[in-house]
Write a protein that binds this ligand. Structure first.
Ligand SMILES: Nc1ncnc2c1ncn2[C@@H]1O[C@H](COP(=O)(O)OP(=O)(O)OP(=O)(O)O)[C@@H](O)[C@H]1O
Length: 249
């Protein structure tokens, strides 16, 4: 394993029966790094996350995780009849961690919801529970599958801000799997573009955002909306202007 990396994927091929979903994929995520994996529907993004977390087995190639990986699954996967607190607790099951207190410190919006049934929450609230539940296993790296799916821009901006804080203050590495490339390239420093099971292009977020091909294919009309939401969220909370650095390009 490359020193200092928390995820190392080498020449990974994954099949569903005869169908090849991932074909010779290689990528790395360094400790404390935020890396994006973007790509269209059916590119193989969820297959990759599910292989990282051991749900799927590679046909060939190697996946190495340095430290602990926790997954925020696509669609949030709440236990709808359980309370928020019980959903969180389930995230700590593997490491025998039942103390949800630290999660409410990191995600204080959940405090007032702790006794509510998860099925009654909004999509954004559920996504926050899903992030908190993943944090219960005290991970070194979080694999977040479609953070923004079906959520309003302001809600996404709030979740992005929390991920940024977790990264800056706790050194949590993040692999962000996103269809919305603008969000991914705003949040992360490096990115890979997955197309039809192969890495089509990779590089720094700046390079990819500046690439006409990537821009044409992936940077749609929603881009200004998300950035405006981040800005208004920060203004609402009286955050200083320099926090905007790294968001707007
Ligand atoms: N259980 C399965 N059985 C057979 N084929 C599957 C299965 N799950 C996914 N596939 C196929 O594998 C390919 C990759 O799917 P995957 O869900 O990983 O893509 P994705 O990039 O996550 O797409 P989306 O953004 O729509 O979730 C697709 O062609 C898909 O149809």
């Amino acid at each position: 394993m490359i020193e200092g990396s928390v995820i190392e994927v080498r020449d990974l091929t994954v099949r569903y029966g005869a169908a090849v979903a991932l074909d010779g994929v290689s990528l790395t995520v360094g400790a404390g790094e935020m890396v994006a994996l973007i790509g269209p529907n059916g590119a193989g993004k969820s297959t990759l996350v599910n292989t990282l977390s051991g749900i799927l087995r590679p046909a060939s190639g190697r996946v190495t995780i340095g430290g602990r990986l926790a997954q925020v699954p696509e669609g949030r996967q709440m236990f709808p009849d359980l309370t928020v607190d019980d959903n969180l607790r389930l995230g700590g099951w593997r490491v025998r961690n039942r103390d949800t207190g630290p999660i409410y410190e990191v995600l204080p919006d959940l405090v007032k919801l702790r006794r509510r049934r998860a099925g009654l929450l909004s999509g954004g609230q559920q996504q926050m529970v899903a992030v908190g539940r993943a944090l219960m296993s005290r991970p070194d790296v979080l694999a977040v599958d479609e953070l923004s799916l079906g959520l309003a821009p302001l809600v996404v901006a709030d979740l992005v801000r929390h991920l940024r804080e977790l990264n800056a203050e706790r050194g949590l590495a993040v692999l962000l799997i996103e269809q919305n490339a603008r969000i991914a390239l705003d949040l992360c420093t490096r990115a890979y573009v997955l197309e039809a099971g192969r890495i089509a292009v990779s590089g720094s977020a700046e390079e990819l955002a500046a690439s006409p091909t990537v821009a044409a294919a992936y940077l749609g009309a929603d881009a200004p909306v998300i950035r405006a939401s981040l800005k208004s969220l920060e203004q609402l909370e009286g955050r200083p202007d320099h926090e905007e650095e790294g968001v707007a390009r």
